[in-house]
Design a protein around this ligand. Structure first.
Ligand code: ZN
Length: 148
């Protein structure tokens, strides 16, 4: 289990140092802003949705290592997925972050690296901010998302 934890930590450190899909899209079809005042994490998501699938996604953020790594991991995980697939993934991530004792679903892939966050309730919002923001973007909501 220790080796697995080390692997997970390495994934988070790597995605924090070199966030994937950082930046912005010139012509996003959807976008949203998220704010986690508890930690000070801020995020802006840009989504290019075509035929109900996420063709591309970028993000700009200023936040802690967990929020950055989570947004980076999410960006890789949701590209090419349909809205329904993203919703299912979001529910699996939410379960992983909040249900103790449950093994992360196999479908989560690298997102399972965030499973350890559930031991730190204050950090769960850091990890879930990007997902709530993505939900808002896909719903076409203009109101900034806040975890409060
Ligand atoms: Zn944070």
């Amino acid at each position: 289990m220790t080796e697995l934890s080390d692997l997970y930590r390495d994934v988070i450190v790597d995605h924090n140092r070199r966030p994937r899909n950082a930046g912005r899209l010139d012509c996003p079809t959807h976008q949203a802003e998220g704010d986690n005042p508890l930690c000070g994490d801020r995020l802006r998501l840009f989504v290019d949705l075509q035929d109900d699938r996420i063709r591309d996604l970028r993000f700009e953020n200023a936040g802690c290592a967990i929020s950055t790594a989570s947004a980076s991991l999410m960006s890789e995980a949701v590209k090419g997925r349909s809205r329904a697939e993203v919703q299912a993934l979001f529910e699996s991530v939410h379960r992983m972050l909040t249900e103790h004792g449950a093994a992360p679903a196999a479908s989560l892939g690298k997102l399972a690296a965030l499973a350890g966050v559930r031991q730190y309730p204050a950090r769960v919002k850091c990890a879930s901010l990007c997902w709530h923001t993505l939900n808002a973007a896909l719903a076409g909501s203009a109101d900034p998302v806040t975890t409060e």
